[in-house]
Design a binder for this molecule. Structure first.
Ligand code: DO4
Ligand code: MG
Length: 267
């Protein structure tokens, strides 16, 4: 575990399993204890950024009729769980990610860059997507036409409000081009930031007891403000064998049990 590693699988508090916020084309839906409630609020950004988000929703949902199942229709109405939040990503937070980057960039002399960030005080954080570039559950992700080696990166993502408090968690795919990032570390933005390179969803698991503030999160908010909050992808610990590359038509499914499954087809 490096000093910038920020999540190990079994730390999500069990209580948080119960409340998930979905953004859909027909409004905001809250799942609580396996019942689904349509919220009268039209404003996703306001909900994420008000004080005591979860507690207030518990009260509001108590006064709303709920239905016992998420209708099939609703699944196909899911939108990415972002309003005006920028998406940022932390990198080389897991040993597996460090060894993969060192190997892929060895010829370009990038190995020492990645080695040095793993144990450094300052983490790697980079902008991943503007809100309109984010793809939701069942949306299409993309691989670059000028890349021959593309991979999904399954990541736990933090939903953070404007006051830098963790409001909840979602599932993310930091789709990346490994040959472009490996050729030269300065090409990282092209390997990471392009249309269809970021998928998030299906919803936001609201935290009852948020994980403590992480090192990447603290650095992210140091000199940058997020008036609508932001999403921070926490890095991948899952790197496929070097022989694997995503191809058009592939379907990527990423499950983080308390949150759900994010599924995307490659365009
Ligand atoms: O610098 C490379 C990106 C690392 C990354 O995205 C990750 O570790 O998840
Ligand atoms: Mg990543």
């Amino acid at each position: 575990m490096g000093s910038n590693e920020i999540y190990s699988g079994d730390e999500v508090p069990p209580d948080t399993r119960r409340m998930i916020l979905y953004r859909t084309s027909t409004g905001i839906v809250v799942r609580k204890d396996d019942r689904f409630h349509r919220l009268p609020h039209p404003d996703w950004d306001e909900i994420l950024n008000r004080e005591h988000t979860r507690e207030r929703l518990v009260d509001e949902v108590g006064a709303l009729p709920g239905s016992a199942a998420l209708p099939e229709l609703l699944e196909h109405q899911l939108l990415p769980p972002v309003g005006r939040q920028e998406v940022w990503a932390a990198g080389v937070t897991y040993h597996r990610s460090r060894s993969a980057r060192v190997a892929e960039s060895r010829d370009a002399g990038g190995g020492s860059f990645y080695d040095r960030v793993y144990d450094a005080e300052r983490p790697e954080i980079f902008p991943k997507a503007t809100p309109e570039r984010v793809v939701g559950h069942l949306g299409e992700i993309r691989i670059r036409a000028d890349s021959r080696w593309s991979v999904p990166e399954p990541e736990l993502c933090l939903a953070i409000n404007a006051r830098s408090e963790i409001v909840g968690y979602t599932v993310g795919d930091d789709v990346s081009s490994r040959d472009i990032e490996g050729e030269n570390p300065l090409y990282l933005p092209q390997a990471k930031f392009y249309d269809g390179a970021c998928a998030l969803g299906p919803g936001i698991l609201l935290s009852a007891e948020p994980l403590p503030t992480t090192t990447p999160m603290e650095h992210l908010f140091r000199e940058t403000s997020f008036p609508n909050g932001c999403i921070l992808m926490t890095g991948t610990g899952v790197v496929p064998d070097d022989s694997f590359t995503l191809m058009s038509g592939d379907v990527v499914r990423i499950t983080i049990p308390p949150i759900g499954t994010l599924e995307n087809r490659v365009a």
